[in-house]
Design a protein around this ligand. Structure first.
Ligand code: HPA
Ligand code: ZN
Length: 332
């Protein structure tokens, strides 16, 4: 089987996806018209053309501005539904989706607006496609820990719908240690824990996420290679890394996909997975990320299968569900 048929046909999970980062220029345009929001662009094409980033912050500035068109429950439904249709097309059978409540609550849009919209789309995808999905509530690390505590409290009516708590936004200068107490609280409440670390920040931030936040997964983590003892730890404990190749390229974490270290990390024995991060901003959904790796690196069909199996192992699915899908991949 060709690499592209393997990519297309194997069941996969996606574990690192920001729902606000799946807003297409077309939907942004439509919602801007619907709500009479003035965008600094003259057309859908101009929106897409603006997606040239020099680093994480230059992306985040546009990403937060883009989310400004999301106002009512239907908007959040449309956003989530469009992503889940894409999952169905790409044979993503399960997805663990991050959302940034503070991006909306700061604009006066509360949990009772976005959560029902998200949940309605997730139920429809489960019913119509059999696609399962979990939610990861992510705190914005450029805001205070107190604000994260308030967000955790505001989510109370929806705790049963949220599987994990995460940490995203501007990494440099906002280390995991800033959020040690709120993550301790979230952990004690039974949430799984993830955190972005080692994307632009140093290997030390990955250690902090492990030791202080007690993460179940690291989002990105590609800078782990700078610390040999960290590499050994990640291998021994099989701490999953949710790697996002096109994101790393678009945000200039690497200059060229040929420089991407995912294959090196995989060969070393780390539990690495492939993900799209913010697909409409970074030029590709999940399968495009697999394709981009295949074009740049000497990846085999077995590697693709291992990466897809890792995506189940690293997920928060029940063990027996993981094993069923892993067995299906082994049979391909
Ligand atoms: N890094 C940090 N914060 C983010 C990202 C990312 O890649 N995408 C959306 N928020
Ligand atoms: Zn991310």
């Amino acid at each position: 089987m060709s690499l592209s048929s393997i990519i297309k046909n194997i069941p996969k999970t996606e574990l690192h996806l920001h729902i606000e980062g799946s807003l297409t220029p077309e939907l942004m345009w439509r919602l801007a018209e619907k709500h009479s929001v003035t965008l600094p662009y003259a057309s859908v094409e101009e929106i897409a053309a603006a997606y040239n980033f020099k680093d994480l912050q230059s992306f985040l500035d546009l990403y937060y501005a883009g989310a400004g068109v999301l106002k009512d429950e239907d908007d959040f439904f449309s956003l989530m539904w469009a992503y889940l249709v894409k999952c169905h097309e790409e044979n993503i059978v399960h997805t663990e989706i991050m959302f940034d409540p503070q991006t909306h609550t700061e604009r006066g849009i509360g949990f009772d607006i976005f959560m029902p919209g998200f949940l309605r789309a997730m139920k429809k995808a489960q019913d119509e496609f059999g696609t399962s999905s979990y939610l990861i509530m992510s705190f914005l690390r450029h805001l205070s820990e107190e604000n994260a505590f308030e967000t955790l409290e505001a989510a109370a009516p929806y705790y049963a719908n949220i599987q994990a708590v995460g940490l995203d936004s501007s990494e440099l200068g906002h280390p995991p240690s800033k959020f040690e107490r709120v993550f301790k609280k979230a952990k004690s409440m039974g949430f799984k824990i993830v955190a972005h670390a080692g994307e632009e920040g140093p290997a030390e931030y990955i250690w902090e996420a492990i030791k202080l936040l007690e993460v179940d997964r690291i989002d990105h983590g590609v800078r782990c290679q700078e610390d040999e003892s960290l590499m050994r730890y990640l291998k021994d404990k099989q701490v999953p890394l949710t790697v996002c190749p096109l994101s790393n390229l678009k945000l200039c974490v690497i200059d060229n996909m040929k420089q991407h270290n995912i294959l090196t990390l995989l060969r070393y024995g780390l539990l690495v997975t492939v993900n799209s991060d913010d697909p409409t901003y970074f030029g590709g959904f999940l399968n495009d990320n697999y394709h981009a790796l295949c074009e740049a690196l000497p990846i085999t069909g077995e590697d693709i299968k291992t990466l897809a199996k890792n995506s189940f192992t690293a997920s928060f699915l029940p063990e027996e569900v993981k094993q069923t899908f892993i067995a299906q991949i082994d049979d391909i």
